[in-house]
Ligand binder design. Sequence first.
Ligand code: ADP
Ligand code: MG
Ligand code: MG
Length: 200
Amino acid sequence: MTSDVLIARLIDLIGDRIEAHASELTELDQAIGDGDHGDNMRRGFKAVSGEKEALANMPFGEALKKAGMTLVMNVGGASGPLYGSAFMAMGKSAEAMPGSRVEAARLLEAGIEAVKSRGKSDVGAKTMLDALVPVLKSIEAGADIAAVRKAADAAVEATKPMLATKGRAAFLGERSIGHIDPGARSSALIVHAVCDALEE
Ligand code: ADP
Ligand code: MG
Ligand code: MG
């Protein structure tokens, strides 16, 4: 698959997933946040979809950087700057489309490091990192696409018993326990869309 085709497919598939699950994300955020995560993600990825043609015609890294800026400007909420920084950092880390498992892992790792530093957070705080880091580990361990999807879903479930210590959910303290983190779920949706694009 050429870079332009992959970029266009990623934009369509991520946009479709977010759209299809927007109310689920909002419901998850109603339980432990302010109930806007579905709307935030939908607004951000709609803006990215609006730039599809321009992005597809850019070098892979440049497209990721530009998409990141668009997310920062349009998502709003805590997740906007976090996802935005992740995409921008991934764009800086790789000029071209990753051509191997190792390169794909390095790309995701760059995104994760950006979320950690921007969010002053790490795994175990009940955030998107609790989906993204297990996905990275599965890729590094040699998982195939089906296993990467499973790792993402299992990681989302595993946020349920966690106590939130970052973001809005942290204000709830113990009451954050027993709910899935909305950002972990949206991260898994993005991972699923990427897996779908890679399988085509
Ligand atoms: P807001 O909380 O500002 O309304 P969203 O609802 O769009 O923003 O996003 C909430 C999600 O952002 C959380 O579910 C969590 O996964 C993620 N998040 C919040 N703060 C942090 C942080 N410091 N580090 C990593 N992820 C975070
Ligand atoms: Mg919210
Ligand atoms: Mg909000």
